[in-house]
Ligand binder design. Structure first.
Ligand SMILES: [Zn+2]
Length: 595
């Protein structure tokens, strides 16, 4: 007769007994995913991950045994197939886009129609994918399938024959397994509670608090997080639309006829000649800082982005929300809507968030509130409808849309800039640098030196595009503000490229990914009409600034007064709060981190 203790142990281990092969392969699948992410993305690999994955698979096995025995095989295959597919998508994204499966990729999949899916397939799915890390997942799947066919005899060997011999079983194996699961529970409890809180979060701000790499350490957890994020975003858009009704303009003095905002992409400050880079990447911008040029370009010295994620930056730069605000982002007015209500004509020209969604994957990320048809109508009078291979295509878009310009205009350019793949961001005629120009970089191999050259070529080309944009406003009463969404890593302070997900902060990473170039160009007419404003711009260029508060400066420069404007957040104002704690991702004090 079995003792009470044996019954408890047997019950405790029954999820594993009933699903041995499933348990082993699902665990291996998690481990392979983590190892590939570690190798390709350079994530810090913690032993904790392997413990928490044991607990995750154990819980999955518990879920499987809830099914009646007759359909348990079917349930196992359904769950394991789903996890293999998730893993393949995850590893594909890691290989191709240097990003794990997350909300942005999830949105791409949901928003892609059949034509776009076929374009995507043509572009990204080739024979090379078979020989990538995806192959490991496929091999694992085939092994799983083959061994499952023999799973009954395997279970017999493991549990019945050993039981009869009473050598290892039940004592050693059972107690080791029980101990292992208990250790995994102890190690992973807080992160799994975090996951439950994340999945129950009522809005995105509350959800953000629970996002960290310990919680989101498997494709399944990332999928659940992405789904939740998508649901909340869709709900949030409805709130955002309603919030725009509340906007009331007190008065507008129309200080400027053309307010131009250029939003760049993935711009490393130290790769700009404007900030002392030893390669001539921005000669045209440097020339515009000189006295003998039309207008005046004033360079800001200490500006950071609120996030290293395009979508988060856009949400903050396009709204009156600041990262430390406790009220939800959706409750705030959008800057273009304020401009339209004040009587400005608003034009949006983007090489990423076009509504046709027909080009690269990064077109979709974060474009939700810009491409929702209600919000697009509220924000923009005119916008372009196709993306271009190179950013200079936006110049033609502007040339065709400028016939709709009115007396007062807000014109927003959004570039592909220096987004990865760097070599695809500039045409051959702008390939000024090659790997040979970086022979002094002994820390890099030839391919890495070429990547740096590609990045600098993209920056050099960006200089041309930006200069062409300025050229279109030289005879107007205009200002042009330039900011990239965030920085990037390209083998500078750290031997890696790309951007790290939220949660991995270091001084080097923050300097590379959050510190950005920023400048304001004033036309001669604007300077002559507003000498005091020019003086304010000049005197504020050393102030520490974070671009989530940019809308306050833009409202001030446009002469718009409304209840949402805050003088302390306007970097040009004498009341500007220079002591603001600049929290990157709303979590970490940037100045404290990098000092
Ligand atoms: Zn970006």
């Amino acid at each position: 007769m079995l003792m009470k203790k044996d019954i408890i142990i047997r019950l405790f281990l029954s999820p594993i007994y009933d699903n041995v092969v499933f348990f082993v392969f699902m665990y291996l699948l998690g481990v392979v995913n983590s190892l590939i992410e570690f190798i390709i993305l350079g994530y810090r690999l913690s032993i904790f991950i392997f413990f928490s994955q044991i607990l995750d698979v154990y819980l999955l096995c518990m879920f499987i045994i809830l099914f009646p025995i007759k359909i348990r095989d079917l349930a196992r295959w359904f769950v394991s197939s789903f996890l293999y597919i998730l893993s393949i998508v995850n590893i594909f994204c890691v290989e191709k886009f240097r990003a794990k499966l997350g909300p942005e990729i999830f949105n791409v999949i949901l928003e892609t129609n059949s034509r776009e899916a076929s374009e995507f397939w043509d572009k990204y799915i080739g024979c090379d994918i078979i020989w990538s890390s995806v192959l490991l997942i496929v091999v694992l799947f085939v092994l799983h399938w083959l061994i499952s066919l023999r799973s009954h005899s395997l279970r017999k060997i493991l549990f019945v024959r050993l039981k009869n011999k009473r050598v290892l079983y039940p004592t050693l194996i059972q107690f080791s397994l029980v101990l292992l699961i208990l250790v995994c529970c102890a190690c992973s409890l807080s992160s799994r509670i975090n996951l439950i809180r994340l999945l129950l979060a009522p809005d995105i701000s509350s959800l953000d608090k629970y996002v960290d790499n310990k919680t989101l350490n498997t494709p399944l957890n990332n999928f659940a997080f992405s789904y939740k994020m998508h649901q909340l975003s869709v709900n949030g858009l409805n709130v955002l639309v309603k919030s725009q009704d509340k906007i009331q303009i007190e008065k507008c003095s129309y200080l400027c006829d053309k307010v131009v905002l250029i939003i760049g992409e993935s711009y490393i400050k130290t790769h700009s000649q404007l900030y002392g880079y030893n390669k001539m990447t921005t000669p045209r911008q440097v020339a515009r800082t000189m006295n003998n040029c039309s207008g005046r370009l004033i360079v800001y010295e200490d500006v950071i982005s609120p996030s290293n994620l395009t979508s988060t930056v856009f949400k903050n730069v396009f709204s009156l929300h600041s990262v430390e605000d406790t009220t939800n982002w959706e409750q705030y007015p959008l800057l273009p809507v304020i401009f339209r209500k004040a009587g400005y004509n608003v034009t949006f020209i983007t090489n990423q968030f076009v509504k046709s969604l027909s080009t690269d994957v990064f077109n979709f990320s974060g474009g939700l509130f810009l491409n929702d048809s209600r919000l697009s109508q509220l924000q923009f009078d005119h916008r372009n409808n196709s993306a271009h291979r190179y950013d200079e295509g936006l110049l033609q878009d502007y040339d065709s849309l400028c016939i709709y310009n009115q007396e007062h205009n807000l014109i927003i350019f959004h570039l592909a800039g220096q987004h990865f793949d760097f070599d695809k961001r500039s045409p051959n005629s702008y390939k000024r640098f090659s790997a040979d120009d970086y022979v002094d970089r002994k820390d890099l191999d030839k391919a890495e030196r070429q990547l740096v050259a590609d990045y600098d070529n993209a920056t050099f080309y960006n200089d041309f595009v930006v200069d062409e944009i300025i050229g279109r406003f030289e005879n107007d009463n205009a200002i042009v503000i330039y900011m990239p969404d965030h920085g990037e890593e390209c083998y500078d302070e750290i031997h890696r490229m790309g951007r790290m997900p939220s949660g991995y902060y270091s001084a080097e990473m923050a300097r590379q990914e959050f510190r950005i170039p920023f400048w304001i160009w004033c036309s001669d007419k604007f300077s002559a009409n507003n000498p005091s404003l020019l003086e304010l711009i000049n005197s504020s260029k050393r102030r520490p600034f974070m671009t989530d508060d940019l809308p306050h400066m833009i409202l001030f420069l446009a002469g718009i007064s409304c209840q949402y404007y805050n003088d302390e957040k306007n970097v040009l104002s004498n009341n500007f709060n220079s002591h603001r704690v600049r929290l990157i991702d709303g979590k970490v004090d940037y100045d404290e981190l990098v000092k």
